[in-house]
Design a protein. Structure first.
Length: 564
């Protein structure tokens, strides 16, 4: 029914619109800007001057690469005629740290070295580099027929500073489907500021499929060969007009509804889009009970967002989990029979899983019951996480990742770390609401690292694939949770050693750092994105909330989860 694209073949859309936001505070529903191009400082490239010297030639070329106008027309002026025609900037972008540039001249060769922050792949997805990574690029220069120095040899792709990327590119969410095509799974793509519309770029990206790490774990409802009939997505009075090719007519009602949900949720992230009209060769796409003008409210069943009513704080006190309402009234909701340290609520809100304070037992409740019974034993079990089918997943340091099915059987979850190039132990896992994306904390015995992967399920078991780092500065991680569909909240420290709250963007790896109370140990996030944390004081752990920027004690205990 659905066309699953196993590899992403998207050509980086160099004439598209937008750039990376500087803040990692990304929540779906916030408007990206009042216009997808006008609020960015466009980079205006300068052509080479007469008599330009080698180093200035290379610097000028690299500066000009931040302007993609006319398929990098100004940047190509720094190249010899033949190279200007054959150079392929669309193969990817190495992003370096501003101020780390070094030039080395040797005859007709100029070598540039800089601290590497990441890479924008040909697909438009951002890949974070290891903390000590560098990028080295070689250029060969020669004189052209007029006697001016020009670049005669260079690598395909471009090299940009993080500041240039901030000014010239922007990230947007894309929505694909869970394997059963019942829920949306969030992906992202970066596109350059240019002359074409962001709406066109986003739809083209949807048609080409998800990023490589998500491809094995998601589906795409668009039939093979589907494309934009007129090559663009015009927007008139807030309505995006998507006209698709006739391949869509081969899809049944279920598939049409799924692809409509993908289009509407993706395009509705744009500030100038309030509705979407889908047609096929000019004729409305027929859908039962859905009008021609569609909005996300038509597709709430596919919603990628967390429930909005999860605001009631639940804390652990000894062997009990206690719920506290807005009036301060406390209600016992679970009894673990032993001292507990971490807990999680399933998606339906009727089952609890928790870990004993010594990390040796995982306990869980039956639907609606207060008693927590032992479901797994080990030595270093960490906070459990629930998937969309009520399976419990957890990590045990030194042993790996495990999953408890509805039948009560414990199965090993395979972890593919080949893309990371390292062999590490898993400290903690946290599933996103979609049950596909998973945050994984890895440790090599000295330092921790944060990675993102996707869960692929089969009859024989589950596997986590496509692991890739999502930030580069953290060295120790105490706890983490999903803050939004595009942001992780992490309690940890960098080389400075102090424990802070890091809001890590999955769009570009950037972080917002928030100071926290001493001895902060664990955290949770409510449906409004508000972080609540607890300290590690053994005798009387305390729960803290932020109040006008200050952390204030809210109650005694350790944070567990939010409920309705």
């Amino acid at each position: 029914m659905f066309n699953r694209i196993s590899a992403l073949t998207l050509v980086f859309l160099l004439t598209s619109c937008s750039g990376i936001p500087k803040s990692s505070e990304i929540n779906y529903g916030d408007k990206i800007s009042s216009d997808t191009s006008s609020q960015f400082v466009r980079v205006i490239a300068r052509p080479p001057t007469a008599g330009i010297e080698p180093t200035a030639l290379i610097q000028g070329f690299l500066d000009a690469c931040a302007d993609s106008t006319g398929n990098f027309a100004i940047a190509r002026q720094y190249l010899t005629a033949g190279i200007a025609k054959s150079w392929k900037p669309e193969t990817g972008i190495d992003v370096y740290e501003g101020g780390s540039f070094e030039f080395a001249n040797s005859g007709d060769q100029v070598t540039v070295t800089a601290a590497k922050l990441g890479k924008v792949l040909i697909t438009g997805h951002y890949e974070v580099a290891p903390a000590d990574a560098t990028v080295t690029t070689n250029f060969k220069i020669t004189k052209d027929s007029s006697g001016e120095l020009r670049i005669s040899e260079l690598q395909d792709g471009i090299l940009l500073s993080s500041g240039d990327v901030d000014r010239s590119y922007r990230s947007f969410p894309l929505y694909f489907l869970s394997p059963d095509a019942t829920e949306l799974v969030t992906d992202t793509v970066l596109v350059p500021v240019g002359s074409a519309g962001a709406a066109t770029t986003l739809v083209r990206s949807l048609l080409m499929g998800p990023s490589s790490y998500l491809a094995p774990a998601t589906s795409n409802a668009f039939p093979a060969g589907t494309k934009l009939t007129y090559g663009s997505v015009p927007i008139s009075s807030g309505e995006a007009q998507v006209d698709l090719s006739v391949e869509v007519l081969t899809a049944d009602e279920v598939t049409r509804r799924a692809l409509s949900a993908q289009l509407v949720w993706t395009l509705s992230s744009l500030p100038n889009v309030s509705s979407v009209r889908i047609t096929v060769s000019g004729q409305p796409l027929a859908l039962a009970d859905i009008g021609n003008s569609q909005t996300p409210s038509d597709w709430q069943a596919f919603s990628p967002l967390d429930r909005s009513d999860l605001t009631k704080l639940n804390v652990i006190r000894g062997n009990q989990i206690v719920s506290i309402d807005d009036a301060g009234i406390e209600t016992k909701v679970a009894d673990g029979g032993q001292t507990l340290a971490a807990a999680a609520l399933n998606r339906a809100g009727n089952r609890i899983a928790a870990v004993s304070s010594d990390g040796k037992e995982l306990v869980a409740s039956e639907s609606g019951r207060k008693a927590l019974n032992i479901v797994a034993q080990g030595e270093n079990i960490t906070r459990p996480t629930w998937d969309t089918s009520d399976n419990i997943m957890f990590a045990e340091l030194g042993r790996g990742i495990f999953e408890i099915g509805l039948d009560g059987k414990i199965r090993n979850v395979e972890l593919d770390v080949t893309s990371l190039g390292i062999s590490t132990q898993v400290k903690q896992v946290a599933l996103a609401r979609d049950g596909v994306r998973i945050a994984v904390v890895l440790s090599d015995g000295k330092n921790d690292s944060l990675a993102l992967g996707a869960v692929v399920r089969s009859k024989t078991g589950s596997q986590i694939v496509g692991l890739h780092r999502v930030e580069r500065s953290l060295t120790t991680i105490r706890d983490l949770t999903w803050k939004t569909q595009l942001t992780l909240a992490v309690l940890g420290s960098d080389l400075g050693g102090s424990v802070n709250l890091y809001n890590v963007s999955l769009l570009d790896g950037k972080e917002i750092i928030v100071l926290v109370p001493t001895d902060s140990q664990s955290l949770i996030v409510d449906s409004r994105g508000q972080v609540v944390l607890s300290t590690s004081e053994a005798i009387s752990p305390s729960v803290f909330r932020q109040d006008y920027g200050e952390w204030k004690m809210a109650t005694m205990g350790q944070v567990a989860y939010f409920s309705n």
